[in-house]
Write a protein that binds this ligand. Structure first.
Ligand code: ADP
Ligand code: TRP
Length: 334
């Protein structure tokens, strides 16, 4: 039996990865490369909604590819490519805009949130408004079984399903299978170091992965713990304590974590020691990736080669779907 096909995209928006991105999206995506046929791409055309500077965009694309390769994405297992290298994405997007209403597009969160912030449609570019249609094209071209992403992408996948259903119904065809959102219940939304909100670069509540050690140490030392605990000798609460949540994710020494929790509850360990041990565990978990990233950064030709090969494979698949669609709608065959 052939393996199920999985697809996902990563916007090169310039945010360096944090452990929320990692556990919520990147790690599940990378793990799937062993059990599924995976297509992952850098959504460079999507980034134009916010990045309109050539040097910055080029740099961001390179950086995000380095992040993924360093964290374990294997180009032998997975097709890794750049969206703009496969013209079928843009071509299918032009077609799909006809199977969704303006009203439904106006109800998309990204557009509505931006409208609330900027208060007028004059300041919203059409790339942002059309973003979900291009994303539907990205997905439907590869007829994937599922799309692994974080919780904030759910609405986009639902819209993709609506477009696919509408298209299939209009032409009485089954060209597009409906894709499943693959979103983790447990780690789809990791909490930030403020102990309050979703970890997000723009909220300044992150623990990074590739920043200097001094920066990461500072981020960990500033994390929210148990606000009711005044002294290291007070019994503390482990439940809902962000530092222990991160220990559960990062620290592979489960005996140490269990012992720290017991001592914390008994009031025989201070916050500083718990955080020091988290920092050491972070180094243990990410040191190999940091090392690989530094090496790969010296070899941009290798990165380009990986993207070139990925684009060839992706194009072969995507072009077939596009031709199928062109035939169904009646622009081919004359
Ligand atoms: P950020 O919110 O930091 O700007 P992005 O929007 O670039 O992150 O998200 C990249 C991927 O990581 C998406 O699939 C998103 O759903 C996921 N993601 C972002 N923040 C978190 C979080 N705190 N927990 C889990 N997944 C997340
Ligand atoms: N919108 C996604 C994000 O911001 C990136 C993306 C673009 C994507 N096209 C996609 C994700 C197709 C999955 C499938 O994270």
């Amino acid at each position: 039996m052939s393996k199920q096909r999985i697809l996902s995209g990563i916007t090169p928006s310039g945010n360096s990865l944090h452990i929320g991105n990692y556990f919520g999206a990147v790690q599940p995506q990378i793990q799937l490369q062993h059990s599924a046929q995976t297509y992952y791409f850098v959504a460079d055309l999507h980034a134009l909604t916010t990045i309109q500077n050539r040097e910055v965009l080029e740099k961001n694309i390179f950086e995000v590819v380095l992040d993924y390769l360093a964290l374990g994405l294997d180009p032998e297992q997975c097709v890794l490519f750049r969206q703009s290298d496969v013209p079928a994405h843009s071509q299918l997007a032009v077609v799909l805009g006809n199977y969704i209403s303006f009203g439904q597009m106006q109800r998309m969160h990204a557009f509505k949130d931006k409208l609330q912030k900027d208060t007028t449609v004059e300041s919203i570019n059409m790339g942002l408004f059309n973003y979900p249609i291009l994303m539907a094209a990205d997905i439907l071209l590869y007829k994937p079984y599922g799309v692994p992403v974080g919780e904030d992408q759910r609405q986009h996948i639902e819209l993709t399903r609506d477009i696919a259903e509408n298209f299939n119904r209009t032409y009485n065809t089954d060209v597009f299978p409906l894709p499943e959102p693959l979103i983790s219940q447990e780690v789809g939304k990791i909490i930030g170091t403020d102990g309050q909100r979703k970890m997000s670069k723009s909220l300044g509540n992150i623990i990074g992965i590739f920043e200097d050690e001094a920066v990461i140490r500072k981020q960990i030392m500033g994390a929210y713990t148990d606000p009711n605990r005044k002294r290291a000798t007070d019994p503390g609460s482990v439940e809902g304590n962000t530092v222990f949540l991160y220990h559960d994710l990062i620290n592979d020494n489960v005996d140490e974590v269990a012992e720290l929790k017991a001592r914390y509850q008994a009031g025989t360990v201070g916050d500083v020691e718990v955080k020091e041990k988290l920092f050491t565990a972070h180094q243990r978990m990410f040191a190999p990736a940091r090392q690989r990233r530094a090496e790969l950064a010296q070899d941009p030709e290798r990165v380009k080669e990986i993207l070139r090969e990925g684009a060839q494979k992706a194009q072969a698949f995507a072009q077939q779907t596009l031709e199928e669609v062109y035939t169904v709608i009646g622009v081919k065959g004359v």
